[in-house]
Design a protein around this ligand. Structure first.
Ligand code: C5P
Length: 242
């Protein structure tokens, strides 16, 4: 692979929302192509932290997407455990509040201090408003400001609490890049290569458009994991981006 394709590949996170057996097979197929794998609740609750360790041993960086949300003491401990398992990126819900996000940042820092081999602190991300929620769902929960105001307010709170960035739809990426500045991590799901099936995603962007809007990383699942040749599908997306 040339340098441009390698740089593009570093920005793509492959979401493995499947059984542990299927995930292990995909990891074997993607080794040497993808750098990042995402372990969400489906896989983590079936396979536990061991699957994170296995992917790390294979040389992957791992995004552990558990969307932590509980009292600060619990979230501090959970973030600590997730980092010790080997996470390079993790998520917490911004709606849990400043104290909870600060506790997550503290748990990440403390775990990092126990890991002398850790060269780069894990990237901590806040979930602002789930993309499955619309204005009516927010209002039903008592939120009176607009959806985009809510996203912006929670993103700023996350930044003040010491988190590194947010998960956002490609449509929110440009607004959030302006708000959070050039250093923030902005990770966007809902990305589909030109011409691919959109599955159940409703507001999709192409990989290039999501990066142009300000995303630092793209989460892509089924267009890669359900392809006949996942490595070739991954390489085609990296090529399209490079
Ligand atoms: O298969 P697909 O590319 O649609 O997978 C997208 C991944 O991003 C899934 O793991 C999904 O849980 C996650 N995600 C999302 N929308 C969000 C947040 C996360 O699709 N708002």
């Amino acid at each position: 692979m040339n340098a441009g394709i390698n740089a593009a590949a570093e920005k793509i996170i492959v979401a493995l929302d499947c059984s542990p057996e299927q995930a292990r097979l995909l990891a074997a197929q993607l080794a040497g192509h993808a750098s990042w794998l995402k372990v969400g609740m489906t896989l983590f609750y079936a396979a536990g932290p061991q699957i994170v360790r296995e992917f790390k041993e294979r040389g992957f960086k791992v995004f552990v997407d558990l969307k932590l949300h509980d009292i600060p003491h619990q979230v501090r401990g959970a973030a600590h455990s997730v980092v010790l398992a080997g996470a390079d990126m993790l998520t917490v819900h911004a709606i849990g509040g400043c104290a909870m996000m600060e506790a997550a940042a503290q748990g990440i820092k403390e775990a990092g201090e126990l890991m002398p081999a850790l060269t780069k602190r894990p990237i901590s991300l806040a979930i602002t408003v789930l993309t499955s929620m619309d204005a009516a769902a927010l209002a039903a929960g008592g939120v009176t400001r607009s959806l985009s105001e809510q996203v912006a307010a929670l993103a700023l709170q996350a930044q003040r609490a010491g988190l590194d960035g947010v998960v956002a739809s490609p449509q929110e990426a440009a607004q959030l890049r302006e708000l959070l500045g050039p250093q923030a991590a902005i990770v966007t799901p809902g990305v589909r290569p030109t011409g691919a099936s959109v599955h159940d995603q409703s507001r999709v962007s192409t990989p290039a458009a999501a990066l142009a809007a300000g995303a630092s990383h793209l989460v892509i699942g089924r267009p890669i994991t359900e392809a006949d040749d996942p490595a070739a599908a991954f390489d085609a997306i990296a090529q399209e981006l490079a």
